[in-house]
Ligand binder design. Sequence first.
Ligand code: F6P
Length: 552
Amino acid sequence: MNTINPNETNSWKELSNHFKFISKIHIKDFFLKDFSRFKKFSLIFKNKILVDFSKNNITKNTIQLLIQLAKEMGLETAIKDMFSGKKINYTENQPVLHIALRNMGHDPIVVDGRNVMIDVKNSLEQMKVFSNLIIQGKWTGYTNKKITDVVNIGIGGSHLGPNMVIESLKQYRNHLNVHFISNIDSYNILSILKKINFETTIFLISSKTFTTKETMTNATTIKNIFLKKTKIKKSLEKHFFALTTNVQYAQNFGISKNNIFRFWNWVGGRYSLWSSIGLSISLAVGYKNFISLLQGAYDMDVHFSKKKLEENIPVILALIGIWYNNFFNTETEAVLPYNYHMHKFVEYLQQTNMESNGKNINKQGKKVSWQTGPIVWGGVGTNSQHAFYQLLHQGTKLIPCDFIIPINKTNKFKKHSVQLLANFLAQTKALAFGKNSNDFEENINFNVNLTNNEKLFSTFKSFDGNKPSNSIILDILDPYNLGSLIALYEHKTFVQGVIFNIYSFDQWGVELGKKMANDIENSIYSTNESNLSFDSSTNGLINFCSKVLSNR
Ligand code: F6P
């Protein structure tokens, strides 16, 4: 494993010099000088996904230098290490094998002497049988009624991935209603309880560890209400299921052994939608579509692990991200899906990227002196155009954007699809090129009829352009393409982690918050002001809240 710091490489120094040159050139000038720029700076995946990265502040030389950086940082070996099951999650002493979950028996992958593909195959078979039983109405509840509703109880990676996929694939949904309880805030549970009937609902307790406080509290509350209503302990068997690595804890909770859908410690929480954590997906869109999702991801894995770096889509997008993050010093990047059903995509990506690469300690345990993971944010188009795009166009911050659109050729209202596409294309063009400078200069300098006021107004209406973006176009939003797209972003995150010289697969920052919440919870119950031993702000806040709680 390579552990050198990126800013100590030769490429980093060369990139810093190269930046001085590139940063003076406007994106529109790259296009004026080279009419085949689109061809040179775009890649196609399986004739289904087009990635255009020509509207960036880059030349062929920039890409070459970034690839040199990736090589110096040992990216090629790092990719091999992940795919061969090496324990690259060093601080948790685990391999990182979400790729095995979609490998579907293609190649054996060995962990501690065992071919884990056997376990993956068995798990998929269990998911298939169960999904079919529920969807076909053959599995019935404790009063013999068919199941109509599925409630996933989980948080973080045990929620965001399945929720995003199920929303994105709305066109593929069957008759089952799927709900999510993630937040410890009781309004989450209450709002779902209003919508379901216990007789026809199953609960999937989704937790890798089966110890996450929010999930266990929510699951216990639901179980207690359920048992109060049914009054028969045996009824749990018909309605409660666990998706977890922790079989023992699930059984202790009262889940029967046959109702446990296992996965393994070598699957990171935020990379687990491909495992049994994806059971809600398989139920919502059917097992066949779940397999298409895996197939799309698998094909992206093959692309990522086999293509040379110059033609490797996740690698190129990761390197362009590094270019802005570490040389232009942009702090954030926006992800902008032009698809109504993809409204959960950004939230999902925030966990993938920010929980993975939001680290400030390098692999040697030293503070980093370079920027690591960016702030990922965004929203769906066209709504976002009328919310925050003003800042993208005319604000003082440089925000690289990923525009994503699936072409919707089967849409009933063709006019809507065409308008959506037109907006997508117009935005990337306006950001890169700004307001047509000829028009603008003509108005200002040559139009003698313009009043001073009109001249002044022209400045308010001017767009500098030179705002970079990638355009990602999917021929359709189907399970296969969605699988490929998600895997693309997973691998992009991985590549950036390698180049940042950090460990991307742990999340100690989140663990600290969990522990502190436990300590504080006990203090809220104690209500004894003088016993509080936190800082004065936390003490003051606890005192105020305890008083409000006890006055109820
Ligand atoms: O939020 C931190 C985290 O550890 C995530 O990585 C994980 O997805 C989430 O908690 C939920 O954990 P679990 O699946 O173990 O309940």
